[in-house]
Design a protein around this ligand. Structure first.
Ligand code: ZN
Length: 470
């Protein structure tokens, strides 16, 4: 197998394939088949997001996949941003459609005509809905499983508020949700306000959420947008206040996708396969029976008792009773990233213990069978903590702060630059073009930082981060 350090891209492709997360042989490029294990994993992530959304007062909806061209055309910036990525449906049977339909690249233009019907009064606000559906974007760059695909497993929330401040509070709540999701996935991330030319088409501002791959390239995990009234005006989404006056609503959206899974693979896996965060692993604990002569029934029975005890406590555990050698089973579960393996043999049974092996560090030890569930919980918590610490450490190592471009003809791959920028698009574009990097944005949460613009030398501005992206 290709080594993660030498060729990250090739290693990633091989890991996805060997762990059987998806099948890329479907005859449309960039539209992959979710295979059982990959789908189990993705739906674990979805389930967590769903819980977070419901807990923060969002309702789940499901909108049609097709959007009429007439609705899509209402917000001008939005069309410009998505025009080149849209798939069209122009025929129904043998008839040409009067109004062409598009496959949603995202659902603003599907939802907002309906929001304008749903919202009448200030008592209808806030409106907070989300859906987990597939979206379609015609990617022209090289596709990569979960990271860049043409049919995207997508999460999107859309909210409407009375005031800009209320919408701003929603942005802050989305950030807390992001924080919770990232913790579950053991992923460090940054939250940067995107540049004007990189913000979501039609947004007032966009906050991008990025993590860093072991190659030093960044991957956008999600984004949060404040729209102000940019969409409510063209879609005529208004409410009547308590004095009988009409106002446009202020809107936000929050999007994430299967890239979360791509990030989990890219950040955590090693040359033996996946390493899954315990919170989303479809199997958190695998129990492998170790038979010796004539104890097969006894060991199997003991494994089942252990499994039942773990499942009763709420763990996702399973006994691997396949007719294979233990070594083969170990290899399999390591490839699939199961965080904790328990082994149970004759000697363990006698001493009333089980042997454990951690997937993240390979560390082995024993757990007392009488207090198994608390022991397993502690181990899984430790695994999660260690995964986050390890990822945070390597990601920080890529960041390099610079104050001058003197003698800097090019920037090698695997470097994330931090520097001052005056905010002028001219300076921004000049930097991006010269160094073939993307300005990710300025920190959303204020940093104590002073400096000069790297390009023009103007003082007293915010720092920006620039990187190459996956
Ligand atoms: Zn400047």
């Amino acid at each position: 197998m290709t080594d993660k350090k030498t060729d990250f891209g090739e290693w990633y492709n091989e890991t996805v394939e060997k762990a059987q997360l998806c099948d890329k042989r479907y005859p449309i490029k960039g539209m992959n088949v979710w295979t059982p294990y990959g789908w189990k994993l993705m739906t674990q992530i979805d389930a967590y997001i769903r819980r977070e959304m419901v807990a923060t007062g969002h309702d789940e909806v499901c909108f049609p996949l097709l959007i009429p061209q007439t609705e899509f055309n209402k917000e001008k910036e939005h069309i410009k941003g998505f025009d080149s990525e849209v798939y069209w449906v122009t025929k129904a049977g043998n008839n040409d459609l009067d109004i062409p339909l598009l496959l949603r690249p995202t659902s603003e233009t599907a939802m907002y005509p309906m929001f304008s019907l749903w919202i009448r009064s200030h008592t209808d606000l806030p409106l907070k809905v989300f859906q987990i559906v597939n979206t379609f974007r015609y990617e022209t760059k090289q596709t990569r499983a979960f990271m860049r695909v043409r049919e995207i497993h997508f999460f999107e929330s859309h909210t409407c508020h009375e005031t800009e401040e209320d919408a701003q509070k929603q942005v802050e709540q989305d950030m807390v949700i992001m924080d919770n999701v990232a913790k579950e996935l053991c992923l460090p991330y940054s939250m940067l306000v995107r540049t004007e030319w990189d913000k979501f088409p039609g947004a007032y501002y966009t906050v991008g959420i990025d993590t860093v791959m072991p190659s030093g390239r960044t991957l956008q995990l999600g984004s949060i947008h404040h729209y102000r009234t940019n969409f409510s005006k063209p879609y005529n989404i208004t409410y009547e206040d308590d004095k009988g006056e009409h106002h446009y609503v202020h809107q936000t959206t929050y999007g994430m996708s299967e890239r979360l899974l791509g990030a989990v693979v890219g950040v955590h896996a090693d040359d033996k396969g996946l390493i899954l965060p315990p919170a989303i692993a479809p199997v958190q604990v695998v129990i492998v029976p170790i038979f010796s002569k004539n104890n097969r029934d006894e060991i199997m029975a003991a494994c089942k008792v252990v499994n039942a005890a773990l499942q009763d406590t709420g763990f996702r555990s399973k006994v691997d009773d396949r007719d294979l050698r233990p070594g083969n089973k170990f290899f399999d579960w390591e490839m699939r990233g199961v965080p904790l393996r328990l082994e149970l043999g004759g000697r363990d049974l006698e001493s009333q213990v089980v042997t454990f092996a951690r997937r993240d560090t390979g560390e082995k030890g024993t757990l007392d069978t009488n207090s198994l569930a608390p022991g397993v919980k502690l181990l899984l918590d430790t695994v999660a903590q260690n995964m986050l610490v390890k990822a945070t450490q390597y990601q920080q190592e890529f960041v390099k702060e610079i104050t001058t471009t003197e003698g800097m003809d090019s920037v090698p791959d695997g470097v994330i630059l931090k520097f001052g920028w005056c905010g002028d698009p001219k300076c921004g574009h000049a930097f991006e073009d010269k160094y073939d990097m993307k300005i990710l944005g300025t920190p959303y949460r204020k940093e104590n930082w002073t400096g000069k613009c790297l390009m023009c030398g103007k003082e007293g501005i915010k720092p920006v981060y620039a990187a190459r992206t996956m």
